[in-house]
Ligand binder design. Structure first.
Ligand code: HEC
Length: 213
């Protein structure tokens, strides 16, 4: 070290006393704990709170206004309005009379193409097989003593004599222990299942017509 530097260092006097350094260090230590703790105690402030703070309105009521226009909360649709593409089914009740009326008035609008039959087969296996069995003999996996009441076979003379419309009615409105399947199968699905059911019935009771080459 040069002589000049040594002279300068000899004359050096720290601006802060060692005591002041200690106090500053101690202060920083306190701050390291106090600041996070203090922040945690302050209520959480959100600057964009549109998602958390939403106006509340009572169903069917009004809340607040924007430029004089009241806000409407969900209102009931006007009576008689229908969802898009929904065809109302007019024949009420699941009694024999209603089912017979359906048999007289409804016609299957679908042609029994391979596509329709395959769709009907899939739906029958998904929705009907559980009770009616995969061949429609009334021996599905959930029926039996102590289980669901077994349905009659779909191959009886009675079931075979039912018009398509009557079966449509049974699927739509249910029949005694059989519940309605209207909420699971749409109109076309129901007619497709009926075409499949007809094929199933013919498989055990073929007519000379079916046996033709
Ligand atoms: C939860 C069980 C269950 C399911 C699933 C079910 N059915 Fe039924 N079904 C029954 C029962 C039980 C009866 C007999 C009702 C009665 O006593 O009149 C019946 C009766 C019927 C009948 C009338 C038979 C007759 O001789 O009176 C038809 C047709 C029929 N079902 C078709 C279907 C079709 C098609 C499906 C599928 C979309 C289906 N069922 C799904 C339980 C079921």
């Amino acid at each position: 070290m040069s002589r000049k530097m040594q002279d300068r260092l000899a004359g050096f006097e720290p601006r802060f006393s060692p005591m002041a350094y200690k106090a500053a260090l101690f202060g920083m230590l306190i701050a390291a704990f106090a600041i996070p703790l203090g922040l945690a105690a302050i209520p959480y402030i959100e600057f964009f709170n549109d998602m958390a703070v939403q106006p509340k309105g009572k169903a069917q009521g009004l809340y607040g206004t924007t430029i004089g226009q009241p806000h409407l909360v969900d209102r009931m649709p006007p009576s008689g309005s229908l969802p898009m593409d929904f065809m109302p089914y007019a024949i009420a009740g699941n009694d024999v009379k209603a089912a017979e009326r359906a048999g007289e008035t409804l016609r299957n609008p679908l042609k029994p193409t391979m596509k329709v039959l395959e769709r009907g087969q899939k739906l029958f296996h998904d929705y009907c097989r559980t009770c009616h069995g995969s061949q429609g003999q009334g021996d599905g996996p959930i029926v039996g003593p102590g289980l669901f009441p077994a349905p009659p076979s779909l191959h009886t003379d009675t079931a075979r004599s039912f018009k398509d419309g009557r079966i449509f009615h049974v699927i739509t409105r249910g029949q005694n222990a059989m519940p309605s399947y209207a909420d699971k199968l749409n109109t076309e699905d129901r007619w497709a299942v009926i075409h499949f059911l007809r094929a199933l019935q013919r498989s055990l009771h073929p007519t000379p017509e079916d046996l033709k080459e």
